[in-house]
Ligand binder design. Structure first.
Ligand code: ADP
Length: 269
């Protein structure tokens, strides 16, 4: 392993256990997929704990975690690597997917459907029994390390792109939603340090916003937003003001929806 690869992987190893509150048997299911080296698709709305879960699983499995936030300009080269030109000539630099496949990391492609089509296709040979990554530009085929596992996330919202069947059918899926209110209050309290009573009140407001989904609102408050509200309360803001700032005013610019959100605020606090 090249020195810089070793450094990169060491940096990707989680030093401490990331707190994750399970909402069902997702830990056991993920472990079953890992044991059989199956790729996993995590579906769910934004901010509901998908990334935190993957971090937690990487820590549990003792594997480095390579995360790539996919976006519309992300190409196959960004994932597999490319030839670079420097003072000494050309040299190959492995991309994050190649590093993970070579050295046995968990590779998390966040919102894979956002990436360009060529980036999506590049994962195909890694996600079937071949478990290998062809580097056409380098004339090399990288066999995946036994500890390599691919995890991708997907938010099936009306605004999101559809995942192609040919990609979708390669994965086992775990469906995530918002945790039950008591659990979510526990998460908000733990993440912010706020007391459980006020955390539960923030969650109750969050649940109200989720009922507005489909009525001009694509998604209600995420757990992430509720944690933000609790952090603002920790700074001395009143609970209602914190929820207005972290949730109601952040969620939508549409006057009708904002009015409905502020009505939910008034009803809650
Ligand atoms: P996403 O689903 O968009 O990947 P994240 O995993 O980043 O969402 O979750 C957003 C935040 O919500 C986290 O940083 C964490 O504070 C909190 N969170 C959500 N669900 C959980 C959970 N089950 N256990 C612990 N924290 C959670």
């Amino acid at each position: 392993m090249a020195h810089s690869d070793a450094q990169a992987l060491a940096a990707w190893r989680l030093a401490a256990e990331p707190f994750y509150q399970p909402t069902g048997d997702e830990v056991a299911r993920f472990q079953a997929a890992t044991a059989q080296r199956l790729p996993v698709l995590i579906k769910g709305p934004t901010g509901c704990g998908k990334t935190r879960f993957v971090e937690h699983m990487a820590w549990r499995l003792g594997r480095p975690l390579v995360t790539v936030a996919c976006h519309e300009d992300l190409s196959a080269g960004d994932l597999v690597g490319r030839w670079l030109l420097d003072a000494e000539g050309t040299r190959w630099q492995d991309g994050p997917l190649t590093l993970a496949a070579r050295h046995g990391a968990l590779c998390y492609l966040d919102e894979l459907v956002e990436a360009r089509a060529d980036a999506t296709v590049v994962i195909h040979p890694l996600t079937d029994t071949r478990r290998m990554l062809p580097l056409a530009q380098r004339d090399e085929v990288v066999p995946a390390h036994p500890d390599f596992q691919l995890v991708v996330s997907y938010n099936p919202s009306p605004l999101a792109r559809e995942m192609k069947t040919s990609t979708r059918q390669r994965f086992c899926a775990l469906e995530f939603g918002y945790p039950a209110p008591e659990r979510e209050a526990g998460i908000v309290a733990r993440e912010s340090g706020l007391d459980i009573g006020r955390s539960a009140a923030i969650v109750a407001f969050g649940v109200r916003t989720r009922r507005l989904q489909g009525q001009g609102l694509d998604e209600g408050a995420s757990t992430r937003m509720l944690v933000h509200a609790a952090l603002l309360v920790q700074q001395g803001l009143a609970v209602g003001a914190a929820c207005a700032m972290a949730v109601a005013d952040a969620l939508s610019d549409e006057p009708g929806v904002r009015q409905a959100l502020h009505a939910a605020l008034d009803a809650s606090f």
